[in-house]
Design a protein around this ligand. Structure first.
Ligand SMILES: [Zn+2]
Ligand SMILES: [Zn+2]
Ligand SMILES: [Zn+2]
Length: 189
């Protein structure tokens, strides 16, 4: 039988609720600026009512973004990716390796969700029978198009025979894209 060992008193004191917060670009840059002016981490944490770790994370993200480095591994980003980030107005980006890792992680999570009978998109609610998402994650637009027997992707053409949701043109386009993806990511021995 498992006997629970008594815990010291400090173990049972109230633990602060973990809060996930989103940081705007401006927040990150302001925090980074404060740190560069030599403001101690504790003081910045107090100003933003955050933990030191949260502040340190924002500083690291801002520094890497400023130096055009991968926000995960700090490898220098190729000019092509830097241009894409600037064009989209994003804050920092991932190198090719980390992006691929993230993609694989997302894919694994999606498959895990579906195996457990959960929505592949949100992973919180039950998946709808015959679908890969829950009621809330299948968009209203998609449902409307389906009801009108229109392509779920472009919404212009009727659903092709033998396809669940796409018109002939979109099906060909998707197949072509999948082929290109497989070719680009093929294993080279
Ligand atoms: Zn990286
Ligand atoms: Zn969902
Ligand atoms: Zn279409």
């Amino acid at each position: 039988m498992k006997v629970s060992r008594p815990r010291p008193e400090w173990y049972m004191t109230q633990v602060k609720e973990k809060v996930y917060r989103t940081w705007s670009h401006d927040d990150k840059m302001r925090i980074y600026g404060m740190r560069r002016q030599g403001v101690p981490l504790d003081v910045i944490a107090q100003v933003y009512d955050a933990t030191r770790i949260q502040i340190a994370n924002q500083i690291r993200l801002a520094r890497r973004a400023m130096h055009n480095e991968c926000r995960k591994c700090s490898a220098p980003l190729p000019a092509r990716i830097v241009r894409r980030i600037k064009a989209k107005g994003l804050f920092g980006g991932l190198c090719k390796h980390c992006e691929e890792q993230a993609r694989q992680g997302k894919k694994r999570q999606r498959q895990k969700n579906l195996k457990l009978g959960l929505c592949g998109t949100c992973g919180k609610r039950r998946v709808l029978k015959g679908h890969t998402a829950c009621r809330w994650c299948i968009s209203a637009g998609h449902r409307r198009r389906y009801q009108q027997n229109l392509c779920g992707q472009c919404g212009r053409n009727p659903i092709a025979e033998g396809s669940i949701a796409l018109c002939e043109a979109c099906r060909i386009k998707n197949n072509q894209r999948a082929r290109e993806y497989r070719y680009e990511h093929r294993q080279v021995a």
